[in-house]
Design a protein around this ligand. Structure first.
Ligand SMILES: Cc1cc2nc3c(=O)[nH]c(=O)nc-3n(C[C@H](O)[C@H](O)[C@H](O)COP(=O)(O)OP(=O)(O)OC[C@H]3O[C@@H](n4cnc5c(N)ncnc54)[C@H](O)[C@@H]3O)c2cc1C
Length: 432
C-alpha cells in the first residue's frame, strides 16, 4: 500500500509534535508516525525550563500546565554550600518552570498537535527509508502493531526519532565523535519535598575515587510526592565510557542532602539511562527533501543538557521552512534550515562546546565550581548563560559574561592540545 502525503514526521516526542503543530498552524497537513502508544515513559529529568515553558505556552498549552508542578528557580549545591537562584525576569520568557513527567507531557503535546489538525498514528514504527536517485527520501516503510506495513511517499520527511535516530542514520546522519556528548541516568524516589519550589542541581558529582566529574546530579520535585533524581556526565572526561553511571548514581543518592530523605531501597526506584547528543554534533541535518530535528540533530544544549526546549524550537523552525518550500514548490528552500540553526544557535553552541571541553579537566571543573558556589554575583549570570536566558541587545552581567567568554574561546582553541593531553592522563587514572 503506497500513501502520499505532504509531510511525514517520524517520532512524536518534543521535536516531532511541535513540528506537526506548527505545520498545522501554517495550513500544512502532516502524518506523524510514533512507534510507542501514549502515555509512554521516556527517560528524562522531566525538567521544563522557562525556554520549554515558553514554547508550550505558544502552542496553547498553558491550561495543561496549570495543574502541574510549577517551580521558580535553581538551587545549586557544591562543596558543602548551597545557593538559590530564581529564574530571571525576561521580556519574552516566563520566570518559572515546571517539572512534568514525560509520561504525561508527550502524549498531551501530541494530542494538542492532533487537535490543531495533524494526523498522529501511534504504534506505527518507521523501519526503512528508500532513497531516490537524487538521495531524497522516496519512500518510508511504516510497520503497525498489527504487523501490517504501509509505504509512505512523502514530499518532505522530518526525522524526529530521538537520540538513537535509526532513520537519521539510514539517511546518512552521523555524530561527530570529536564533539561532546552526554550520558545520563535517572529514576524516581518518594520524598517529603516532592513539591519543593526549586529544582536542585549538584555540581560536584564524584567518581568512586572522590574525583569531581564534568556533569551534574539533579533532584527535581515532581509535585506528586516523588522526585526525579539523576546524574549526567560528559564525554569530555577522558575514557568516560568506562565510568559506571549506576555507581555514580548510587554515590549521588547516598550523599544527597538528608532533607530529601532519598532511600536507595525505595521500591519505585528503577534507574534508566540514555544518551544526550549535544551541540549539533549530528549531521548532515538537511537532505534533498528531509530535515532532522531535536535529538536526531544533536540539538541538546551542551551547557546544561536541556533538550526539550530545543526539540520544540527546532521542530518549529523545520515547520516554517517546509511550509515555505511547499508554498514555493521548491525543495531547495530546505537549505535555509541549516542557516536558521547557525543564526540562532551557532555561536552559543560553539561557546558551550568549548566550555564543556574545558571542564572535562577535573582541576578546571573543581576551580570553576569552587569559585562559582561562593558568589551569587558569579553564579547568577552563569546560570542565565547556561540556561540560555540572555536578552538580545541587553548589557547585563550575563550578557557581558557571555561576550567575554566568546573572547576567551579564541585563546582556548590554542590551548586545546595541552588541555586534552592532561585530561587523557587524568581520565586514565579515574577509570582504573
Ligand atoms: C536521563 C536524561 C535526562 C534528561 N533530562 C532532561 C531534562 O530534565 N530537561 C530537558 O529539557 N531535557 C532532558 N533530557 C533531554 C531530552 O529528553 C531530549 O533532548 C528530548 O526528549 C528530545 O526530544 P526529541 O523529540 O528529539 O526525541 P524523543 O523525546 O526521544 O522523541 C522521539 C520519539 O520518536 C519515537 N521513535 C523513535 N524511533 C521511531 C521510529 N523508527 N518510528 C516511529 N517513532 C519512533 C520515540 O518513541 C519517541 O517518542 C534528558 C535526557 C536524558 C537521557
Amino acid at each position: 500500500m503506497l500513501q502520499t502525503c505532504d509531510v511525514l514526521i517520524v517520532g512524536a516526542g518534543p521535536g516531532g509534535a511541535s513540528c506537526a503543530f506548527w505545520l498545522a498552524k501554517l495550513g500544512v497537513s502532516s502524518v506523524v508516525v510514533e512507534k510507542k502508544v501514549f502515555p509512554r515513559e521516556k527517560t528524562c529529568g522531566d525538567g521544563l525550563t522557562p525556554r520549554s515553558v515558553h514554547q508550550l505556552e505558544q502552542m496553547g498549552m498553558s491550561g495543561f500546565l496549570q495543574s502541574k508542578h510549577r517551580y521558580h528557580g535553581l538551587r545549586t549545591v557544591a562543596l558543602g554550600r548551597e545557593m538559590e537562584l530564581k529564574w530571571p525576569e525576561h521580556p519574552e520568557l516566563p520566570d518559572y518552570g515546571f517539572v512534568v513527567s514525560r509520561y504525561d507531557l508527550d502524549g498531551a503535546v501530541a494530542a494538542n498537535a492532533a487537535e490543531a489538525g495533524a494526523t498522529i498514528l501511534q504504534g506505527a514504527e518507521a523501519v526503512e527509508v528508500e532513497r531516490g536517485p537524487g538521495g531524497e527520501a522516496a519512500a518510508v516503510a511504516v510497520r503497525s502493531k498489527d504487523g501490517t506495513t504501509t509505504e509512505y511517499a512523502p514530499r518532505y520527511l522530518v526525522v524526529a526519532d530521538g537520540s538513537n535516530s535509526r532513520i537519521g542514520r539510514q539517511l546518512g546522519a552521523v555524530r561527530d565523535r570529536s564533539l561532546p556528548m552526554g550520558l545520563a541516568l535517572r529514576g524516581y524516589f518518594n520524598s517529603p519535598l516532592g513539591d519543593d519550589d526549586f529544582i536542585e542541581s549538584h555540581l560536584d558529582i564524584r567518581t568512586v575515587d572522590g574525583e569531581v566529574m564534568p556533569g551534574y546530579g539533579w533532584i527535581f520535585p515532581m509535585g506528586d510526592g516523588r522526585v526525579n533524581v539523576g546524574v549526567g556526565i560528559l564525554s569530555t572526561l577522558g575514557r568516560w565510557k568506562e565510568v559506571n553511571t549506576t555507581k555514580v548514581m548510587e554515590a549521588f543518592v547516598a550523599s544527597a542532602p538528608a532533607r530529601w530523605k532519598l532511600d536507595p531501597s525505595d521500591p519505585i526506584y528503577v534507574g534508566t539511562g540514555g544518551k544526550l547528543p549535544m551541540g549539533f554534533a549530528v549531521g548532515p541535518r538537511v537532505g534533498p527533501n528531509f530535515l532532522m530535528v531535536g535529538d536526531a540533530a544533536g540539538a541538546i544544549n551542551p551547557f546544561n543538557g536541556e533538550g526539550i526546549a530545543y526539540g520544540y524550537e527546532t521542530g518549529r523552525l523545520a515547520a516554517e521552512v517546509i511550509a515555505d518550500a511547499l508554498a514555493l514548490d521548491d525543495p531547495r528552500v530546505l537549505r535555509r534550515y541549516e542557516r536558521d540553526l547557525e543564526e540562532r544557535y551557532g555561536t552559543y553552541y560553539r561557546a558551550a562546546r568549548a566550555f564543556v571541553g574545558l571542564i572535562g579537566h577535573p582541576a578546571i571543573m573543581r576551580a570553576a565550581v569552587g569559585a562559582g558556589i561562593r558568589s551569587k554575583l558569579i553564579m547568577d549570570p552563569v546560570m542565565r548563560v547556561m540556561a540560555n536566558l540572555m536578552q538580545d541587545g541587553h548589557n547585563g552581567p550575563a550578557e557581558l559574561l557571555y561576550r567575554s567568554g566568546l573572547a576567551v574561546i579564541g585563546a582556548k582553541d590554542r590551548l586545546d592540545p595541552l588541555v586534552k593531553a592532561s585530561r587523557d592522563v587524568i581520565g586514565a587514572r579515574l577509570s582504573r
